[in-house]
Design a protein around this ligand. Structure first.
Ligand code: PEP
Length: 253
């Protein structure tokens, strides 16, 4: 049985004060929900303050990105060690916005996954097809390529700490979500791939999250699907009550 996981991706939003305010509100509304793991990923600038604000709650901390080297002359980058230093337990890797705007290839995603796992961070690896790829019936092909290249060379013990987020690019921030059946079909395919690349035992324990316009009105239905183990939430994670409602819907599965 995989424990549901709900991750809030705050993206490039919120000042330090706004982040702390949101974290404090979340701490109040998300409690007594032992049946679900909850993670927030504020911007780098607010990680330290949010860490302090969520102390004593069930909410865990994650980063939205990392660089693959531990230290050195890489101006502007943030290393896995620095992220660990801020008590982050999770890191998002290969989000479609990074793939699109920063040209992150599957090879870069692979280096980042290895750096995260080597540093005992749980890697939330995002994969997903564009609208054009879905319309051309290339969804499974795209997912297979992203997963195989992204996970290349991982040891089985490292791979246990992976989390996959299926995020169809056409559903991110558009208000247009995949139907539960569409998402479940891709999740089942991802799990089959993971069994082939890793092994069945490990694959059956890896959480596969859905992301793409998850909101209180659709989360329960998505979460009730067998292969959907939680959600990566963007827009709806910026408001405490809507995020809490999504967390609650995962609790009730
Ligand atoms: C995301 O940022 O990963 C995401 C899914 O965003 P949204 O929920 O706003 O579509």
């Amino acid at each position: 049985m995989r424990k549901p996981l709900i991750v809030g991706n705050w993206k490039m939003n919120n000042s330090i004060a706004e982040s702390v305010d949101l974290a404090e509100k979340l701490k109040k509304v998300i409690k007594d929900m032992a049946g679900v793991d909850v993670v927030v990923t504020p911007p780098f600038t607010a990680l330290g303050s949010v860490r302090n604000a969520i102390k004593g709650s069930i909410i865990k901390l994650g980063a939205q990105n990392l660089f693959w080297e531990d230290k050195g002359a890489y101006t502007g980058e943030v290393s896995p060690l620095m992220i660990r230093d801020l008590d982050c337990e999770y890191v998002i890797i290969g989000h479609s916005e990074r793939r699109e705007y920063f040209k992150e290839s599957d090879e870069i995603v692979n280096k980042k996954i290895k750096a995260a796992l080597r540093n005992k961070l749980k890697a939330i690896v995002c994969v997903g097809e564009s609208l054009k790829e879905r319309e051309e019936n290339k969804t499974m092909q795209v997912i297979e390529s992203q997963i195989k290249k992204g996970l290349q060379g991982l040891s089985l013990s490292e791979a246990k700490e992976l989390i996959i987020a299926y995020e169809p690019v056409w559903a991110i921030g558009t208000g247009r979500n995949a139907t539960p059946a569409q998402a479940n079909e891709v999740h089942a395919y991802i799990r089959k791939l993971l069994s082939q690349i890793l092994n069945e035992g490990i694959a059956s324990n890896i959480k596969i999250l859905y992301g793409g316009s998850v909101k209180p009105s659709n989360s329960a239905e998505l979460m009730s699907e067998k292969e959907i183990d939680g959600a990566l939430v963007g827009g709806a994670s910026l408001e405490a009550e809507s995020f809490a409602q999504i967390v609650r819907s995962a609790c009730m599965v």
